[in-house]
Design a protein around this ligand. Structure first.
Ligand code: ADP
Ligand code: MG
Length: 712
């Protein structure tokens, strides 16, 4: 039951290939082993204590660490360092400085001070701040997060940092994640104390499975939509899609295999626990699953994974698409966020226990998650909302937009027995009074039993499946950690004052199951009947990003975050603005790109083809009036009719773009994009895709779906 969070490769035999892995793994990371080797004993111990206790770093300590880091990096040929941070653009940012310092006599030395390690200033006026950073105070600062190891990437020493404004407001995705982890730990430790446990810290653990597409670089270069928006804005359905199910776990083609091998190696160097690589459901779609780690590290590593996927793909003449929906009519890409909680004494709190008392503890933590997901369904939905993910959620390929939980038959039966006080129908157990009986073992391969659920229990962890492929995993985990912290806080408040712990605990569990069982659903999440049923249960169905985002600023949600010191009200309001602005910008870029392609590429191609067909018809008639040009004429009718519709819809799209009110507030502006611009874009696409099926192959101005999807 203990979970090992370190030394995951310790079990490996020293075969040549494995020895190579040993050498590779973490070779570019200033990790614990390197620190132990290179830091004076006292410094190492002090640093370790600072990290474990989550305290501030002493400046003298920082100076020693910085020096050791620089020496280590310079030995590896590194001359520059950067504070690596995760602004609210969803990706990572860095600004490179060299170690160079002037020395007397016109010479130079390489230095790296404690101050440079710990704190950096950044002219960050072009990162989104949602009004938090006024333009005259354009600087933000970055601060080393010592819980995350420094690493070398592209020959630069990267210091993982948090990014804040001068007022201390978070300007990144990392700071709130760390704060939410703190909140969860605090409340979970309180609850564990009631069970007599001596854990002093609890960390959320996360294993994010990453889906992606690979397409040929030469084909990609011919598509403005892929270049500017990351997805195809046009493309008729190819004769073969994913209906044969022959790609999922299919044999991997040599070029892709070479990519995967190199990706694994690059990730191992960075200490990323890349474990599984396989083909996914759609053609050209693949997945990488890492071994889980502490949430903040998993978040850093997922960012590095996405960056490396793009970089390594280039070396193989490929482009990695991380957009949530690169191809219409083909499955999109998501991330499955496997999540649990682990104590610093090494116990997974969602692992059903072996003894009666452990079972009671498990039930309480389980119920804390059920309550959290029900109370904050709206925030969980918000945490995965983006223009790209709107194409997936609820589209019969990803979980529905309605948040619900799947527990599986075994757990359902147990919950029901608790709730009704009825005997539990298992062979060995008849009574479920808390603290008396042991729970049965749950099958761990629960995952595949309900693929449609957004939030599934998989034996010893939950899997939140609604995340988009492109987004940082931070938002989802911030909500999850904080919502569970709130459940645990309420439980601890009640139980700490209880006269009869067992009786109170039992009543609490029964009550919470009753209060929150509406969130439990094991049926088919794709069915229309579920939409109706969910509505009857009073569950949210926030279909789009614009439906979801306003829930961020509901008083109950602001209160959750401010109570647990994860976000101040100002920080939430700014993030609300940023999300809306981002949405409006994304749709606007898509619309401009669609307009350009339709007007300057598609329509001219259609006209050229139409002209050739017309000349052909005339040539036939010229030879002899008795010859038939019927096929040409029929095609000309279709072409000219559809081209007329395309031309009209192009004008309408242009008008829709022009009519956007640049002075509207963020919600109005984003809503306009959703309600007016997206339908206008869809109309252009409908005509263009229709034309693609009748215009001669050689005339079409860019590679089609068939080429993009079946040419890697
Ligand atoms: P598979 O789906 O390949 O059978 P698992 O279900 O064991 O494998 O794991 C799927 C993902 O869940 C992996 O990324 C794994 O590391 C992660 N995972 C396993 N245990 C935990 C845990 N306690 N906390 C968070 N993630 C976990
Ligand atoms: Mg999975």
């Amino acid at each position: 039951m203990r979970v090992a969070l370190a030394a995951p490769f310790a079990f490996m035999e020293e075969e040549p290939a494995v020895a190579k892995m040993h050498d590779l793994f973490g070779s570019n990371v200033f990790n614990d082993a390197v620190m132990q080797e290179r830091l004076p004993k006292e410094t190492y111990k002090a640093l370790k204590k600072t990290i474990d206790d989550g305290r501030r770093l002493d400046p003298d300590l920082a100076a020693v660490v910085a020096h050791a880091m620089k020496e280590w990096a310079v030995e590896k040929g590194v001359t520059h360092y950067t504070h690596w941070f995760q602004p609210m653009t969803g990706i990572t940012a860095e600004k490179h400085d060299s170690f160079i310092s002037p020395k007397d006599g016109g010479q130079m030395i390489l230095t790296f001070s404690g101050k440079e390690l710990v704190r950096g200033e950044s002219d960050a006026s072009s990162f989104p701040s949602g009004g938090l950073r006024s333009t005259f105070e354009a600087r933000g600062y970055t601060a080393w997060d010592p819980t995350s190891y420094a690493f070398i990437k592209n020959n630069v020493l990267c210091i993982p940092t948090a990014f804040c404004s001068y007022g201390g407001e978070a300007l990144d995705t990392k700071t709130p994640l760390l704060r939410s982890m703190e909140a969860l730990s605090k409340q979970a430790v309180r609850v564990l104390k009631l069970f007599g446990r001596d854990a002093t810290r609890v960390v959320p653990t996360v294993g994010p499975e990453q889906e992606y597409f690979l397409v040929d670089q030469k084909l990609y270069d011919q598509r403005m939509d892929l270049i500017f928006t990351g997805r195809t804005l046009f493309g008729a359905k190819p004769p073969k899609g994913q209906e044969m199910d022959d790609h999922y776990f299919g044999s991997v083609k040599p070029r892709i295999k070479a990519f995967m091998t190199e990706l694994d190696e690059e990730l191992w160097k960075l200490g990323v626990l890349a474990k599984t690589e396989h083909n996914e459901a759609a053609p050209a779609q693949h997945e990488m699953a890492p071994i889980f780690s502490v949430a903040s590290i998993a978040c850093d590593h997922n960012q590095l994974t996405m960056e490396m996927m793009k970089k390594v793909a280039k070396k193989h003449g490929l482009v990695c698409l991380l957009h949530e929906k690169p191809f219409q009519g083909v499955n999109g890409s998501g991330k499955h966020n496997n999540w649990s909680m682990t104590t610093n004494t090494g116990y997974n709190l969602l692992e059903p226990g072996d003894s009666p008392f452990e079972s009671a503890q498990f039930m309480l933590f389980l119920v804390s998650v059920i309550k959290a997901v029900d109370d904050y369904q709206d925030l969980l939905r918000v945490s995965v909302a983006s223009a790209g993910n709107d194409h997936r959620l609820g589209a019969n390929e990803a979980p529905p937009a309605i948040v619900s939980m799947f527990l599986g038959d075994e757990l359902n039966e147990i919950l029901e027995a608790f709730e009704t006080g009825a005997p539990y129908h298992s062979r060995e157990h008849s009574d479920l009074t808390i603290g008396v009986h042991v729970l049965p073992k749950f099958p761990k391969d629960n995952t595949d039993r309900n693929r449609t659920s957004p939030f599934a229990f998989t034996g010893n962890k939950f899997e939140f499946r609604s995340l988009g492929a492109n987004a940082s995993i931070s938002d989802a985990n911030v909500v999850l950690n904080t919502a569970v912290a709130e459940s645990l806080k309420q439980f601890a408040d009640e139980l700490e004052g209880a006269e009869d712990f067992r009786a109170t605990l039992h009543d609490l569990i029964v009550r919470e199951i009753r209060n929150h069982k509406r969130i439990l659903f094991d049926g088919n999440g794709y069915a229309q009947s579920w939409v109706e049923e969910a509505e009857k249960r009073g569950l949210y169905n926030l279909r789009t990003t614009i439906d979801a985002l306003p829930r961020m600023i509901e008083p109950k949600n602001i209160k959750l975050f401010s109570d647990h010191r994860v976000f101040s009200e100002t920080e939430i309001l700014s993030r609300f603005e940023i999300k809306l602005e981002e949405y409006a910008k994304v749709i606007n870029i898509e619309a401009e790109t669609a307009l350009m392609m339709a007007r300057r590429e598609i329509l001219p191609a259609v006209m050229k083809f139409t002209g050739d067909v017309a000349r052909q018809a005339k040539a036939i008639k010229d030879v002899s009036p008795v010859l038939t040009a019927a096929p040409e004429e029929k095609l000309l009718t279709q072409l000219t009719n559809e081209a007329a519709r395309l031309s009209e819809s192009i004008d309408a799209l242009q008008q829709a773009i022009l009519n956007a009110n640049r002075n509207a507030d963020a919600l109005t502006a984003a809503t306009y994009q959703q309600d007016v611009v997206i339908p206008a874009m869809n109309a252009v696409r409908a005509s263009a895709d229709e034309l693609e099926t009748i215009v001669g192959k050689d005339y079409w101005p860019f590679p089609t779906y068939a080429e993009l999807l079946f040419n890697t």
